[in-house]
Structures are given as structure tokens and as C-alpha cells.
Design a protein around this ligand. Structure first.
Ligand code: DAH
Length: 339
């Protein structure tokens, strides 16, 4: 009897079935009225009194195991819908390679997050714009030499030609046309210029524009906002300086430098031994620009600023060649994994 029990135990351990019918057949074969296990209980009646305890325990174990095993088979079949004994659902899955954010997206999101804490909303505009929104409304008169600063890809010709925007300042105009002050927006986007591609220039790049218009907005407000941004982005020890500059759409205008975060202002080849790195242009929005978009320049003032995302990313990671950002070489991109 020992042997019979052991054989059945081994059989129960390795039970397998592909369908409900097969499971039912197994149940009948083992536990049905004439099932092998049921018959053993009949045999058990003849076992000598002193051995009853030992056999009883073993038989019960066998019966319970058979019931449990059959239940598990039923559950598996229901769960999979298509049960296959070859399938081990507890095996680890095939590894899926995780992607990562593009370094330019990482920097853009970081910049946006900083300005969001100052209450700026995000505004986006079209990449294909007209001359009026990229130049005219921003105080670039026709034939103005400042248009040459931004070599333009034209899509059409005519009075108000369609073109690829050369800067995100066009989103300023769209925002002012559609909204009333107070306006506080940050405008990330892709821009296009007809430039030869090199380590330092590309015909496609990205900018972030900022615009703040309200009553009594001052140059000091602008400087403080930019200082706040620089400290959040580059670290609390960073210094900024404003150099007078010229943009048609701002008056006065300035360019902003931050102290070189690589040599800490001592001078190195990244900052060309000046200790300073240029990060953006800015200024008080020219009254002509406000008026062109229907904002009363006697009541409202504002400031604007614009920066290149590639440039900021280059400073953050000391990437020497801008072209890396556009080649999608995973060996480059993998280095910026943030998770
Ligand atoms: N649009 C300028 C450029 O592409 C950057 C810029 C400078 C934007 C000064 C501004 C600003 O809003 O005030 O070179």
C-alpha cells in the first residue's frame, strides 16, 4: 500500500491538462467513485490497527493534494483563457529598452518649471508664420538692417510673405493680440535660420521667449526675474551682468551674461577667458510693439527676454558640438538618462 500511495503522490504532483474535459477526466480517475484514491480508502479498512494512523495521514495528504492540484489546474485554465502547460507565467518578461528624454527637452522643461513658479503660463505659436508677426509687429520696418541679423527661409513672396519663424518672439505678438494685460507667458519652440551647419550654428534650433506685461513693470523687475532664473538653473552662487545691446522690439535692450560655471569666473576656454557666458537677450518692450498689438503703452509696460535652448544645454553639459543634438545617436542621447 505504501508503494501505491507513493506512486499516486508522484502522479498527482505532475498532473497537467489542456482543457476542462481533461481536468474532469483526471478528477474522475483519481477521486471519482472508482477513482484510484477512493479505492485506496476502501483498502485502508483492511489495514492492521497499529498501522492505521500512519496510513491514514498519508492517504489524507494524497487526497488533499489531488483536490488542490485539480483546483489549480482549473484556475490556470480560466486565467489564461488558453492554457498551455509549456507557459510559465511567473518567468520574467523580455527586457524592453527604456528611452530617455532628449537633452534639449530636459533643459526646456527645467526652464519652463522655473518660470512656472513665477506664475508664467506656456504659450506656443506656429513655426510657419508671416512676415508681419515675425518682423513687422516687432518694430522691424521693411528694409531695416536688423532683418539681416536673422537669415530667413521664405515660403512665399509678396507684401506679407510666409516664412519659417526665425525666433519665438512672434509668439509675443500672437499673445498680445489675443490677450489683455496682465500677460505673463513663456514660449518654447523651434526656430529656423538660413545658416551653414557647423559646431556652433544650425539651421534649426530652439528658443524660449518670455513676456511680462502689466502696469508699472520696470527694468528692475526684469533684472530680478532673470537673476532668479539664473540662480535656480545654474546654482545660487551664479552672478549675472547686463550689457547694453540692441533689438528692434525692446528699448532699452540688454544682453545677459552669467558668471562661468566651469572656471567660476577665473577664465577658461569655454568663457574665452572672460569669466562670463552670454545666455540671453532682453529688454523693455518697445511702446511701438505694444501699440501694434493693441496694448495701451501709456498704461502698460513690460519686459521680454529670449534664450537659445541649445546654448543653455551646451553650458550645462559642456557639449562642444551643436550637431550632436540633432543626429539622434543613441550613444550621445543615452548619457542624459535621468531615470
Ligand atoms: N528674438 C531674439 C533673437 O532671436 C532674442 C530676444 C532678444 C528675444 C531680446 C527677446 C528680447 O524677447 O527681448 O535673437
Amino acid at each position: 500500500m505504501h508503494e501505491k500511495i507513493n506512486r499516486l503522490l508522484a502522479e498527482v504532483e505532475s498532473l497537467a491538462a489542456k482543457s476542462n474535459d481533461e481536468i474532469e477526466a483526471l478528477r474522475v480517475r483519481l477521486l471519482g467513485k472508482k477513482g484510484s484514491i477512493t479505492l485506496l480508502f476502501d483498502e485502508f479498512k483492511q489495514v492492521a490497527a497499529e498501522e492505521k494512523r500512519q496510513f491514514g495521514q498519508k492517504l489524507n495528504t494524497l487526497k488533499n493534494l489531488a483536490i488542490e492540484k485539480i483546483n489549480v489546474l482549473r484556475e490556470n485554465l480560466e486565467g489564461s483563457g488558453n492554457f498551455s502547460p509549456a507557459l510559465d507565467a511567473s518567468m520574467p518578461g523580455e527586457p524592453v529598452a527604456l528611452g530617455a528624454r532628449h537633452p534639449l527637452s530636459i533643459v526646456r522643461n527645467e526652464i519652463i518649471d522655473i518660470f512656472k513658479t513665477l506664475g508664467y503660463a506656456i504659450a506656443e505659436g506656429a513655426e510657419i508664420e508671416d512676415d508681419y508677426h515675425v518682423f513687422g509687429a516687432l518694430n522691424f520696418p521693411p528694409e531695416h538692417p536688423a532683418r539681416d541679423m536673422q537669415d530667413t527661409f521664405f515660403v512665399t513672396t509678396g507684401d506679407n510673405p510666409v516664412l519659417l519663424r526665425t525666433h519665438t518672439s512672434s509668439v509675443q505678438v500672437r499673445t498680445m493680440e489675443h490677450g489683455k494685460p496682465p500677460i505673463r507667458v513663456i514660449c518654447p519652440g523651434r526656430v529656423f535660420r538660413n545658416e551653414a551647419i557647423s559646431a556652433r550654428a544650425h539651421c534649426i534650433f530652439h528658443q524660449i521667449e518670455g513676456l511680462y506685461i502689466d502696469e508699472n513693470v520696470s527694468f528692475a523687475d526684469m533684472k530680478q526675474s532673470i537673476l532668479y532664473f539664473a540662480r535656480e538653473f545654474f546654482g545660487v552662487d551664479v552672478q549675472i551682468r547686463l550689457r547694453p545691446s540692441y533689438f528692434p522690439f525692446t528699448e532699452p535692450s540688454a544682453e545677459v551674461d552669467v558668471s562661468c560655471n566651469i572656471c567660476k569666473g577665473k577664465g577658461c576656454n569655454i568663457c574665452k577667458h572672460t569669466g562670463w557666458l552670454e545666455i540671453m537677450g532682453c529688454g523693455m518692450v518697445d511702446p511701438n510693439v505694444l501699440e501694434a498689438s493693441g496694448i495701451d503703452s501709456k498704461k502698460y509696460t513690460g519686459f521680454a527676454f529670449g534664450m537659445g535652448i541649445e546654448r543653455i544645454a551646451m553650458l550645462k553639459w559642456q557639449v562642444r558640438d551643436l550637431r550632436h543634438y540633432f543626429e539622434n545617436d543613441v550613444r550621445f542621447l543615452r548619457q542624459f538618462k535621468t531615470v
